[in-house]
Design a protein around this ligand. Sequence first.
Ligand code: PRP
Length: 184
Amino acid sequence: MALAPQVFLTASQIDNRVRAMGAQISADYPEGPLYLIAILKGAFMFLADLARAISTPSRIEFMGISSYGKDKTSSGQVKVTKDLDVSIEGQHVLIVEDILDSGVTLTYLTNLLQQRRPKSLRIATLLDKPERRLRPVEVTYVGFQIPDEFVVGYGLDFAEDHRNLRDICVLTEEQRPQVTTAGE
Ligand code: PRP
């Protein structure tokens, strides 16, 4: 079956919003270094554009986070699969996420990073689905608040597909065949 995902946010809309977020972040952090910590894999494209929209001298770091089982929203079982290579003690840190859903991932991550005593710790997420929240998360920079639709593209996947789409698209249930992934 040919896949025809419906465009939800165009590349141009995303570009405009990410540039505005970058301008706001640049104004809020007049002095660097600002540590941009992107969470793999979904945030890679947002990070690339956001980093270029920020004029504050920045450092780019990555973390990998995974959940045990598909029911992570209820279990809250999260673990680090790739940790930072650097200390963030005394630094301004901005977590860069593609999407905030249940809040399980960011609750875990902010608690973990706070223990490392950064000078400041904030979150920038491109997408926010407030309807899905199970844990309260304080987010400073939000690109778009969206309804509870399954979205892909611009870094976001379904079963590892669609991350390279320039637009963010909605996948209907029919466009999401049942998949079984090892370890999930
Ligand atoms: C997504 C997204 C966030 C998390 C948000 O990652 O990138 O990290 O889920 O969901 P939550 O608020 O319910 O915790 P995912 O596990 O799909 O991995 P990926 O980024 O590698 O696609």
